[in-house]
Ligand binder design. Structure first.
Ligand code: TRP
Length: 336
């Protein structure tokens, strides 16, 4: 608990351009949670270097992501939005936790297998111990809840296992966190292949709507979206294209899928696609405006970053000190 609120932790990597899928699947839900919980949202830049990054591009992306967090509605005063690499405790706890993680456990991680296959020329040790760093992220802040996508379930399970193992040896050091997994519709599929997740790294740019896409691009991509045979606007397994668009429409308007089906009863695919585009633009428009304002205001953003970095450090170091002490490391003499 911090200030009478339960702690929630999540984060995104600063790689690729965020998509509407990242917004509807993660960011938007975070915004809904950011009043009720004390939230820490990291820009996971230590995780990002498990894949090669172009330095100047990477630097820009990381800063832009913090601005986007704020633009999307995360409150940087009530919550803590910060860069993982600015808080050395993450790397330090990751080392410690690595000594409480078995290779057999890491060998089972499906994301490691997928990423190794995709980046066969760079299967580095960081990619392998990625889940240990993620455990450190979460455990440092004593988070009770971790909203993540289904693809992170295994990483959250290993985090719980590591925490329980550590606690069993040293007493209650870490809160054992629980995952919050997305609800129906939280997973946005590619507009070009609705059986595949909408992705930051899709080779076909028409498959993804990027959060920074302008209104015309959104209309164009929606018009080109793959639909299904027939002409009914109905949610069903044999209509993955239309179902995906219904999910997107519902996510952007906060109407239920059932309401949306009624609204478009008897209408054609063309009208529906335009309505979807309009719904998306009504969400993206205000985010773009806020984002532009924030990114231009260097002093404001620097101030937020400085403030939040030191807040993250305060809480992280508190947990790290506790873990160090339990393990039996000697005290670090304090500077006078
Ligand atoms: N691995 C997560 C992802 O790619 C990002 C992440 C890193 C994370 N550390 C975290 C998410 C801690 C939640 C909590 O989506």
């Amino acid at each position: 608990m911090i200030d009478g609120k339960k702690v929630l932790y999540s984060g995104m990597q600063a790689t690729g351009n965020l998509t509407l899928g990242n917004y509807l699947g993660a960011l938007k839900n975070w915004v809904d949670l950011n009043e009720e919980y004390k939230c820490f949202f990291g820009v996971m830049d230590l995780h990002s270097i498990t894949i090669r990054q172009e330095p100047s591009e990477f630097r820009k992306r990381a800063r832009n992501l913090i601005a986007l967090y704020i633009a999307a509605g995360l409150d940087p005063v009530k919550n803590c939005l910060y860069f993982q690499s600015h808080v050395p405790a993450h790397a330090e706890l990751a080392w410690i936790l690595g000594c409480f993680t078995y290779m057999g456990e890491l060998n089972r991680m499906t994301q490691f297998k997928d990423k190794s296959a995709k980046h066969a020329d760079n299967i580095n040790a960081g990619l392998y111990t990625y889940p240990v760093l993620m455990a450190a992220d979460i455990l440092l802040y004593q988070a009770e809840y971790v909203p993540v996508g289904e693809d992170q379930r295994q990483h959250l399970e290993i985090t719980r296992d590591i925490a329980q193992r550590f606690n069993a040896i040293y007493g209650d050091v870490f809160v054992v966190p629980e995952g919050f997994y997305g609800k129906r519709g939280a997973k946005v599929m590619s507009l070009q292949d609705p059986l595949k997740k909408m992705s930051k790294s899709d080779e076909n740019p028409n498959g993804s709507i990027y959060l920074m896409d302008d209104a015309d691009a959104v209309v164009r991509k929606c018009k080109r979206a793959v639909t299904d045979s027939g002409n009914e606007i109905r949610y069903s397994e044999d209509k993955p294209g239309i179902s995906n668009l219904l999910d997107i429409y519902s996510g952007c308007t906060n109407k239920s899928v059932e309401e949306a089906e009624k609204e478009f009863d008897g209408k054609g695919y063309g009208d529906f696609k335009l309505a979807v585009a309009e719904a998306i633009n009504s969400v993206l428009g205000p985010i773009h405006m806020e984002y532009e304002r924030i990114i231009k205001d260097k002093n404001y953003l620097d101030g937020i970053i400085k403030e939040n970095d030191s807040q993250a450090m305060y809480f992280a170091n508190k947990t790290l000190r506790k873990a160090r002490k339990k393990i039996g490391f000697t005290d670090i003499p304090r500077k006078e």
